[in-house]
Design a protein around this ligand. Structure first.
Ligand code: C5P
Length: 237
């Protein structure tokens, strides 16, 4: 059960668990934001889709031996997770060029990255989440070199597993963002959400965008696309 509201972000509320001091309740909201909050809307049912899709993903990763903060779903819109202090880094893995890298570096969309790219961004809304290098990450956060190496390696392992996971349901994993937290014991743990809000997914049949780009680029109904992803995942279970 939910205890006190600890934090409210753009897409989720974070509550203390009423039963366990070391656990949190994540409640997924219907709000969608893009371009660091400059574009906003709300979609009935979006919180439910992201909670259910994120649950499928974290359960799959756990089956593959990737530990994370995820404990279990609590309701259609809520998950129980282990309490962590989020490291203010966004770790982006790119298999194929799309989004900011096409604008920033002029790389054509759909360029395949071999080897895949890992990027770090400093999670700070007031600075618009700037891209940073390893030395900046060590300067700006409390992670040490070994922990940063672990984070980047874990992101690549998650990429391998998620590529297989989405491939099974006819989706190409273009890129995604991960966040990590530090638990009570000081260990770094995969945290936050993994959903079509935080991944780019292209339909393998027709190349159609099936993620938050539908909202970012006004391509149609976000809810229809999220519904299609959930249906494919449930059919594949
Ligand atoms: O915007 P950009 O192309 O850098 O995004 C790369 C990936 O990271 C996309 O899948 C996007 O959805 C995700 N992302 C995110 N949260 C952010 C920035 C990017 O989930 N704040």
């Amino acid at each position: 059960m939910r205890g006190k509201l600890l934090y409210e972000g753009k897409a989720k509320q974070v509550f203390q668990s009423a039963e366990n001091e070391q656990e949190l309740v994540l409640s997924y909201k219907n709000d969608a934001t893009a371009f660091n909050g400059k574009k906003k809307a709300s979609f009935e049912g979006k919180g439910r889709y992201n909670n259910l899709i994120s649950t499928h993903i974290f359960e799959y990763l756990q089956e593959q031996g990737i530990s994370s903060h995820f404990i279990k779903p609590l309701s259609e819109t809520e998950q129980l997770v282990k309490k962590t202090t989020i490291v203010p880094l966004e770790v982006v893995v790119r298999n194929v060029a799309a989004g900011s890298i096409t604008r920033r570096l002029g790389i054509p969309e759909k360029t395949v990255f071999q080897p895949v790219l890992t990027e770090l961004y400093y999670k700070d809304d007031s600075l618009d989440d700037p891209i940073i290098n390893d030395a900046h990450a060590l300067l700006l956060t409390d992670v040490n070199e070994e922990e940063l190496a672990f984070i980047k390696q874990a992101a690549l392992e998650v990429n391998q597993h998620l590529q297989t996971f989405f491939d099974r349901v006819g989706l190409q994993l273009v890129d995604f963002k991960l966040e990590f937290g530090r638990d009570q014991d000081g260990s770094i743990l995969l945290s936050d959400e993994i959903s079509p809000d935080t991944c780019r997914l292209w339909d393998k049949e027709n190349g159609g965008k099936m993620d938050k780009d539908v909202f970012r680029e006004d391509l149609g109904s976000l809810i229809d696309v999220y519904d299609a992803i959930l249906n494919r995942l449930e059919a594949a279970k």
